[in-house]
Design a protein around this ligand. Structure first.
Ligand code: ARG
Length: 458
């Protein structure tokens, strides 16, 4: 029987009931719903709104329900309208009249807002811990490969030499910003809506600070209309998760490229690759591809939330029930991606020789060759032009700047001498770039140290 049976003369149509119900996706919040109800019962008991003895009976009843769900003794009824109705109904079945007092000074509107906030606060911390773990793995690899020279790219064309450690640490920086954004989303989620009632609070003398402190909230929603209809924290979290997925997806794209025979910069561990049903030679980077592909789901979830919220008048509207599947999917997807991604990075084999060989081709030391002439007093534009001519000559002679004889250099510019070979050695090109943020191995080590210090405090 529905909560509102008194007002209605007919049962809900069966099909409508399924359409209206959210139990299939909000039952995962049973713990938060019970936690919230326990705090609410304690508060209304303390404020003298219900008898203390009744509050105690309700709290015990709720704890029993929680234990029974957790042990599998009590199954959540898939026909219930939502998790709030189910728990309250079960309590009333167990306690009779006393159970019916729980919902005094409360509405499902502030109840559901509370449950989602409690649920997401935990999940934000879980995701933060997972990102921290990924950053640790990146730091470990970066330290290990701080001297591994590889080509750095722009436009996916070989550009200038960098180190693999430097490349990896770029992702550590992105992920650190993600952690910062998660912390900001956490702060906005950490506000207690209970007491907002359906939309206009209540005439009972409740004390919202009691519930807030029992439930571990730092703030209390300051306007009841906002308290029940704010889903900014869901949209914000979905945007943060979308940005995380952009980062994981870009990283995945690079892994996929690096695994190809055209690059062969890394090889994924067998445990994190798959074969082909027809081509025996294949080893596919499925996990990285799935992470790249799943980013689309999370962006879709963000779009769902923005669209659901954009046109609804204050305060609660049933449209808002659509928030949960979207934000839960975004959270689940990011957690799943990180669970697979981190050990994939941790176990991948780095083929430094191939990186070094790729760096040797493609004239990625041409800038350094020009800079060498500048150091001899030439204006940069003239040095740039002379080096361009040398590169064209090397292409014609199928050779590299390192192998081109000094007499050829001198023909193009008299300022060249044997010292040029040292100036354009890739190791010197990399290690000469030691300004803050640069690829030199000593910089990579410093970057790793800094990032480790930051994450230790998280
Ligand atoms: N299942 C509902 C939701 O997820 C709970 C709130 C219901 N409130 C209401 N006034 N119908 O949003």
């Amino acid at each position: 029987m529905k909560l509102w049976a008194g007002r209605f003369s007919k049962e809900a149509d069966k099909k409508t009931n399924d359409f209206n119900s959210s139990i299939s996706f909000d039952s995962r919040m049973y713990h938060e719903d019970i936690e919230g109800s326990i705090a609410h019962a304690e508060m209304i008991g303390e404020c003298g709104i219900i008898e203390k003895s009744e509050a105690d009976a309700i709290i015990k009843g709720l704890k029993d329900i929680l234990a029974d769900i957790e042990s599998g003794k009590l199954a959540i009824d898939p026909n219930a309208e939502d998790i709030h109705t189910f728990i309250e109904g079960e309590l009333t079945e167990r306690l009779g009249q006393t159970g019916k007092r729980l919902h005094t000074a409360r509405s499902r509107n502030d109840q559901v807002a509370l449950d989602i906030r409690l649920y997401l606060k935990k999940e934000i911390l879980n995701i933060k811990a997972q990102i921290k773990e990924l950053i640790e793995v990146i730091c470990k690899k970066a330290e290990e490969y701080s001297t591994a020279v590889m080509p750095g790219y722009t436009h996916l064309q070989r550009a200038q030499p960098i180190t693999f450690g430097h490349h990896l640490m770029a992702y550590a920086e992105m992920l650190l910003r993600d952690v910062d954004r998660l912390e900001c989303a956490y702060r906005h989620t950490d506000s207690m809506p209970l007491g907002s009632g359906a939309l206009a609070t209540t005439t009972y003398p409740i004390d919202r600070s009691i519930t807030a402190s029992l439930l571990g909230f730092s703030n209390i929603c300051q306007n009841s209309l906002d308290g029940v209809s704010d889903r900014d924290f869901c949209m914000e979290l979905a945007s943060v998760l979308s940005i995380i997925m952009v980062h994981l997806s870009r990283f995945s794209e690079e892994i996929i490229m690096w695994c190809s025979w055209e690059f062969k910069f890394v090889e994924l561990d067998d445990a994190f690759s798959t074969g082909s049903s027809i081509m025996p030679q294949k080893k596919n980077p499925d996990i990285a591809e799935l992470v790249r592909g799943k980013s689309g789901r999370v962006f879709g979830d963000l779009m769902t939330l923005l669209t659901v919220m954009k046109g609804i008048a204050l305060a609660y509207n049933k449209d808002m029930q659509e928030d949960k599947e979207a934000i839960f999917d975004a959270v689940d997807t990011v957690k799943m991606c990180l669970t697979a991604f981190t050990p994939m990075i941790d176990t991948m084999r780095v083929l430094t020789d191939n990186m070094r060989k790729a760096a040797a081709n493609g004239f990625i030391n041409a800038t350094d060759c020009a800079d060498y002439l500048v150091k001899k007093g030439l204006p940069f534009r003239d040095a740039y032009k002379a080096t361009g001519t040398l590169v064209a000559l090397c292409i014609e002679k199928k050779t590299t700047l390192e192998e081109l004889p000094i007499k050829e250099y001198k023909k193009i510019c008299g300022e060249f001498d044997e010292g040029v070979y040292e100036a354009i050695s890739l190791e010197n090109c990399v290690n000469g770039r030691k300004v803050l943020g640069g690829p030199a191995s000593e910089n990579v080590i410093a970057q790793v140290k800094r990032v480790r210090e930051i994450i230790q405090k998280l």
